[in-house]
Design a protein around this ligand. Structure first.
Ligand SMILES: Cc1cc2nc3c(=O)[nH]c(=O)nc-3n(C[C@H](O)[C@H](O)[C@H](O)COP(=O)(O)O)c2cc1C
Length: 482
């Protein structure tokens, strides 16, 4: 597997999915090109160089994990699998993966260049101001925020967004106080101390994945990333803080996360993954950056949230967790679980075995779908990854008066655009979830009209035999295709 982000970029290049862009502006243009490219069917990876106002070599990378083939590659899967087969493969692989502790190495790529104290100057990097209504430039939209507890027994890494405010000041945005990074910092702040912090930018995608998946408090995400790659993550202690950071990430900021009663700065807003802005700027904890290290020709990897379905990091693969939850709850015969619209809509395909089977699956999924307003359950003949197929099932198998349920006051977030300003000001973060059973009614499913479409196997046989004629290459069957 790839060793670092550079090797991953090389592999994506070999797949023909890398585009080089020269001469773009970090102010709005990189963000704009990223959004337009993510809207294309192949959603290519973009490597920006010769950015307006910056020396050649100071690069920005975007769209690294949206395309399902790239996401598969990042997780060590065969990128040529069909989307549903790739998800199944990940479900199996992730179930077998065991954590592998990181290894401390003697050299670090990021030590090729260092700025310390008064030399620290974040203006040297082309930090994108992604969109017009964002509150400022963001140096971290996919950066690992690394903290270490006071007893030095737990290193936590997570993706929290990082806004750049000046040459040596950034903010870290914690969604809530239960974030592990916040909990670690709180213990320093409680005794009046700043919390040492490292921000690793341009980490490899296994680390990005591990940092967004839930990991119990006290465990380090480096172990999960190592498990995913099948080899230990190479880490190196930051020279200022001693915090272990990936040795081959591109840029490292080290510094102190100041107690909020000493200093905060107004942060945000940033366009969110729902496709909306969630609110006004808020005061956030500040990092005083005391050292910056970077590789030669550094790559600032950015992953700005985009309007769904564009911004789904790692495509459908994070849904394997929900699939496992459904199975752990005793739901059998699931043939697919698919997150649409950046997981705001979940589809479960299953073979109904008993009355209430589909409803049971829908309820468990609804209880576990963070911010997911829509849960749709379909039969096994529907491809859950195809919105057209799913909507055909909804339009033909769901009787609205019988097959729709609403679960009220369910799990959402302050990012939810449909919670009213008044409710938000009262701290409401719940919404209702719609469960649509788009299955043949269990009681008479065997009498449900037969679908006209041929089976996937029959379609495959026809394609093999007649594809030359259909592609315009011949008007005869390909007899070799059987
Ligand atoms: C692209 C992306 C950006 C994220 N940004 C934030 C953020 O700004 N603040 C936050 O608290 N969580 C954010 N998250 C969610 C956390 O990274 C995620 O819940 C993580 O598991 C939290 O780790 P922790 O349990 O160690 O705190 C983001 C997730 C993704 C996928």
């Amino acid at each position: 597997m790839y060793r670092d982000l550079r090797e991953f970029i090389g592999l994506v290049g070999e797949m023909g999915l890398l585009r080089h862009v020269e001469g773009a502006d970090a102010y709005l243009e990189i963000g704009g090109i990223t959004e337009v490219a993510a809207s294309r069917p192949e959603s290519p990876m973009l490597l920006f160089d010769s950015i307006v106002g910056y020396p050649r070599g100071f690069r920005v990378l975007t769209n690294a994990t949206f395309n399902i083939r790239m996401a598969a590659l990042a997780l060590g899967l065969d990128p040529d699998l069909s989307p549903l087969d790739a998800l199944k493969a990940w479900k199996v692989k992730s179930g077998r993966t065991k954590p592998i502790p990181p290894v401390v190495v003697k050299h670090a790529g990021f030590l090729e260049n260092t700025m310390r104290g008064p030399e620290v100057d974040l203006d040297r990097f082309p930090v994108p101001h992604w969109r017009e209504h964002d509150g400022g430039p963001y140096i971290g939209t996919s950066a690992l925020v690394v903290t270490r507890d006071q007893q030095n027994e737990w290193t936590n890494t997570a993706i929290y967004r990082v806004q750049k405010h000046s040459k040596n000041r950034v903010t870290v945005q914690f969604d809530h106080r239960g974030r592990h990074g916040y909990m670690i910092a709180q213990k320093y702040w409680d005794v009046g101390k700043p919390c040492p912090i490292a921000i690793a930018i341009g980490e490899d995608p296994s680390l990005f994945f591990a940092a967004i998946e839930p990991v119990p408090a006290g465990k380090t995400e480096y172990e999960n990333a190592g498990g995913l790659k099948g080899t230990p993550i190479e880490v190196y202690p930051g020279p200022e803080t001693g915090i272990l950071v990936p040795a081959y990430c591109e840029i490292v900021l080290e510094g102190l996360l100041l107690p909020p009663d000493q200093q905060t700065l107004l942060e945000g807003p940033i366009g969110e993954f729902t496709g909306y802005y969630a609110g006004e700027p808020k005061p956030c904890p500040v990092v005083e950056v005391t050292a910056v290290h970077h590789r030669n020709d550094p790559i600032l990897y950015g992953a700005p949230p985009l309007k769904p379905p564009r911004g789904a990091h790692f495509g459908p693969f994070r849904a394997a967790r929900l699939w496992n939850v459904l199975e752990a709850a005793g739901i059998t015969d699931i043939v697919g679980v698919w997150p649409h619209l950046s997981s705001l809509m979940i589809v479960i395909a299953l073979q109904q075995r008993y009355a209430g089977h589909a409803k049971r699956a829908g309820l468990v999924a609804a209880a576990n779908a963070y911010m997911g307003r829509l849960v749709v359950v379909v039969d096994e003949d529907i491809d859950p990854s195809s919105l057209e197929d799913v909507m055909w099932a909804v339009a033909t198998r769901c009787e609205a008066s019988e097959s729709i349920d609403i679960v009220r006051n369910a799990w959402s977030s302050h990012l939810d655009p449909r919670i009213s300003p008044d409710e938000k000001s009262r701290g409401v973060t719940t919404h209702s979830k719609l469960i649509i059973e788009a299955c043949r009614p269990f009681a008479w499913k065997d009498q449900f009209p037969r679908p006209t479409a041929m089976s996937p196997d029959a379609a495959r046989r026809i394609t093999a035999k007649w594809s030359r004629a259909l592609d315009g290459g011949s008007n005869r069957p390909d007899l070799g295709a059987g």
